[in-house]
Structures are given as structure tokens and as C-alpha cells.
Design a protein around this ligand. Structure first.
Ligand code: ZN
Length: 457
């Protein structure tokens, strides 16, 4: 990573304290704008007995209650559809005729929300940040970026904006076209970077030799850009991808254009580096995922659900928006690259969290441990749920693919070793069922964490 971590040059010469003051200067102005222009935010401030002028520091912001969750956003969209005939919500702060770009997530759970709605100023500002972030992975003029997501025309559109801003050429193909076609396009367009989910990147390792008669290493990529799942945060997955592709794998994200972050060029994974502190306060504001009470997020290693508040957004700014991502925050300097700002490791979605005998357990933590048993396991697994989460009556049931060189006779011993590892680290004693390698479907979409037996009943 270069030394210019931030897009705005003056931020690169500031201390973390000065950056905090810079954020706070933008904060009050933005909150006042939201209060003046959105009936929803006006109501929320009034309900909290606060006015935007009162919110001068990060601590003031942290003391405000949560204004919005995913369900509230959906409700806000329904209300605005009824009242004003548009789905952008009562938290829309700009005139609807000024909207320039809109996009939604896949709508895998419930009605899609148009969280990616921007004015022209928004897309210029946010798009430049999204591009700058990828420049830290080396992407620049002349690069061709194979961009394969199942949501290609929706949420990820903004990143294409950023790529073009860098002078790179996106090769944007909907991952639902199927991997044969994706590989054919790689072969034809010779990209220098590949952006996709980590599970698709993994899937292509075995698939490529069957379709193209070459290995993924032969693509000669300069980097892999992965997002959408907890992937390279798991050491085994990072190692597997980097050695198969022969290049560095980076992890990047920006839920609804907030919390912009990217991992650095280090052997070890040191989390998403918060390279756009002038855009939002997501890395500075955490709450307990269950009680929604503030968590002291200035402590290195603090864990909680991220709360997003934009510092500069016109159309649909987030204000105290708890989006459902639970993270661990690191405030100390990155040992890999010297970045002094905040870093976050995604732990899971708040709605993926399980509670087992009152203890919070994240699927990612289970997978983290199971993958340390590669090659005795493939790394693919599901948590089998008999009733809706979060509460699980023990034992937690796991379905795990064993490795291809493991025989039936080896399975009981392997189950014991995995169980012991899970018990010593996260205090669960699972019931393990092994399945043959390749039995758990894994393809171009986000790989599911759970097998929900209760939905079939
Ligand atoms: Zn770093």
C-alpha cells in the first residue's frame, strides 16, 4: 500500500486526533441538513429530544439512539411510496427529481430497498472514494478488472464508477451468467484484476482447468479483489486463494456506500482499513448487537454492530443506521502497512448471530476453526438449524465436507478433533455430520451459512 491512504490530501498529514476533529466539523453540518430536509430524521431527532446543533462531537453522536434499521428502512420506503409515489423513503433528503443513480441489494430477504440512491454530487464524492480505495490495491490506469457479481447491475454499480475514475476498464458480467461464460470472458479480455466473492474465486480454482485447460495462476492477475462474504479474513482461505492465483487477495467493502474499507498488501490479514473517514463515521460508532446500547469503540479490539452516519451525502444519507454488520475494531497502528486509522474485521451479520446457552456465537468463528482442518476437510460447511435463530438448543449441528483423502474410518477421530478445537475456543460441543467433498452446493452467489430445516417443515 502507498502512503496516501486517504483521498483528501490534507487528511494524509493529519494525526488521528485531527482527523476526528475534521469528522466532527462535517458532522453537525450534515445532521442539520438531514433534519431540515427529511421528515423521518426530523421526527427521530425530536423523539430523542435532541437537535442537530447539540451533536458536536463523536461522543455526542454515539449517545444518540439508533434511528434506523433495515426493517425501518423498508417501512420508510413503503411510507414514501404511499405518500409520495416513490420508493426512496421518508429519509430522502434531496428533491426526487435530483436523483441521478439508484440501486438496490439483491432483495434476498424481503422487499428490496433502494439504499444505493445518489445525486450527482453523491456519486462523484462516493465514487471517487470507492475508486481511491481500490487504488490502494494497485488498480490504476490501464488495468482491466473482471467484475463478476450476481448483483452486477445493482449495488456494485457504484464501484464500477470508481474503477472508471481510476482509468481502469471494468469487464462487468453478471455472475449469474454461469462460470463457463465468466471464464470465457477472462480468457478473451485478459484482465489484470478479478473482483468477485471469495467463494466464486475459490470455485474457479477447480473449475478453470476443466473449462479452459489452464490454471487460475495462468491468468497472471496482479490482484484478487474480494467482497460480499467473510472470506480472506479466514487465514486458510487467504492462503488458498493467494497461492492458487499467485497474487495478493484483497478484501474490500462499502455497505450502501458507507464504511468504505480495504485490506492491505500484507501476508497476514489485518482487517478492512478505514480509508474514508471523511465520508462516514461507521468505524467510530458501535453498539451491542442485541441491546443496541453503545459500546466503547475507542478501545482496541472492541466488538459491536456498526452504526453508519454519513458526513457528506445528499440523497439518502444514513444517520445512526444500524445495518446489521458486527465487527471487531482495531485502533492500534497496522503491523502490516503502518496505517494509523481504524481497522475492522467483519465478524458476521447481527442476524446471523446464534446464542447457545446464552453465549453469542458467530458462524464465521465456527468456520474459522473448521477451516484450520484443511485438507482433512474441504472448508465447506453448514450450520443446521431446526428453529429460527438466534437461539440454538445444544448441540449445534454442523454439516462438514470431509477432504477427498479421508476415509470412513478416519471420520470419528476427525470429528473429535474438530469438536475439541471448537470447545476450547468458542465453548461449543457440536454434533458433526460429514458429507462427501463437493456435496454442499457452492457457486456464484453468496454461499449460505445455514441449512434451515425449519423452513421445509
Ligand atoms: Zn495494513
Amino acid at each position: 500500500m502507498g502512503r496516501d491512504f486517504y483521498l483528501v490530501p490534507e487528511l494524509n498529514t493529519m494525526s488521528q486526533e485531527e482527523i476526528r476533529r475534521y469528522q466532527e466539523r462535517k458532522l453537525t453540518r450534515q445532521l442539520k441538513y438531514c433534519y431540515d430536509n427529511s421528515e423521518l430524521y426530523r421526527q427521530e431527532f425530536d423523539k430523542a429530544g435532541a437537535s442537530p446543533e447539540d451533536i458536536k462531537t463523536m461522543d455526542d453522536l454515539r449517545r444518540l439512539p439508533i434511528f434506523m434499521t433495515k426493517d425501518d428502512e423498508r417501512k420508510s420506503a413503503e411510507d414514501s411510496l404511499q405518500k409520495y409515489g416513490h420508493p426512496f423513503g421518508l429519509h430522502l433528503c434531496a428533491p426526487v427529481e435530483d436523483l441521478y443513480l439508484t440501486g438496490t441489494t439483491s432483495g434476498t430477504t424481503g422487499t428490496p430497498t433502494f439504499s444505493y440512491t445518489f445525486t450527482e454530487n453523491d456519486i462523484n464524492f462516493t465514487g471517487r472514494h470507492l475508486g481511491h480505495r481500490l487504488s490502494l490495491a494497485g488498480v490504476g490506469k490501464g488495468d482491466r478488472v473482471a467484475f463478476f457479481f450476481a448483483l452486477g447491475i445493482y449495488a456494485t454499480t457504484m464501484t464500477l464508477w470508481g474503477l472508471r475514475g481510476l482509468g481502469a476498464l471494468p469487464i462487468d458480467i453478471d455472475a449469474r451468467a454461469g462460470t463457463d461464460l465468466l471464464l470465457k470472458f477472462i480468457d478473451l479480455t485478459r484482465p489484470t484484476y478479478l473482483a468477485c466473492t471469495p467463494s466464486l474465486a475459490e470455485f474457479l480454482i477447480d473449475k478453470t482447468p476443466r473449462v479452459l485447460d489452464k490454471e487460475v495462476k495462468d491468468f497472471g492477475l496482479k490482484g484478487l479483489l474480494t467482497t460480499g462474504e467473510i472470506g480472506i479474513a479466514i487465514p486458510e482461505i487467504k492462503k488458498k486463494l493467494e497461492s492458487a492465483y499467485g497474487c495478493r487477495a484483497y478484501d474490500y467493502w462499502a455497505p450502501a456506500g458507507n464504511a468504505i474499507g480495504i485490506s492491505c498488501d500484507s501476508e497476514e490479514y489485518y482487517g478492512l482499513h478505514a480509508v474514508a473517514p471523511d465520508l462516514c463515521t461507521s468505524y467510530d460508532d458501535l453498539v451491542d448487537p442485541v441491546t443496541k446500547e453503545p459500546v466503547d469503540s475507542d478501545v482496541d479490539g472492541a466488538t459491536g454492530e456498526m452504526v453508519h452516519t454519513n458526513l457528506q451525502r445528499e440523497a439518502c444519507p444514513a444517520v445512526k443506521y444500524a445495518y446489521g454488520d458486527t465487527v471487531q475494531i482495531f485502533t492500534r497502528e497496522c503491523p502490516g502497512c503502518g496505517f494509523k486509522g481504524r481497522r475492522a474485521k467483519l465478524i458476521g451479520r447481527a442476524d446471523d448471530m446464534l446464542t447457545v446457552k446464552g453465549v453469542n456465537v458467530y458462524p464465521a468463528a465456527i468456520k474459522d476453526i473448521v477451516t484450520t482442518f484443511v485438507p482433512d476437510v474441504t472448508g465447506e460447511m453448514r450450520i443446521v438449524l431446526e428453529s429460527p435463530p438466534p437461539r440454538v438448543v445444544p448441540p449445534v449441528r454442523l454439516k462438514i465436507e470431509h477432504g477427498k483423502d479421508i476415509g470412513q474410518a478416519d471420520l470419528p477421530g476427525l470429528a473429535n478433533r474438530i469438536s475439541a478445537a471448537l470447545h476450547s475456543t468458542i465453548k461449543i460441543r457440536p454434533e458433526i455430520e460429514f458429507v462427501e467433498p463437493g456435496m454442499l452446493p457452492k457457486e456464484t452467489r453468496k454461499t449460505p451459512v445455514f441449512e434451515k430445516n425449519y423452513e421445509q417443515k
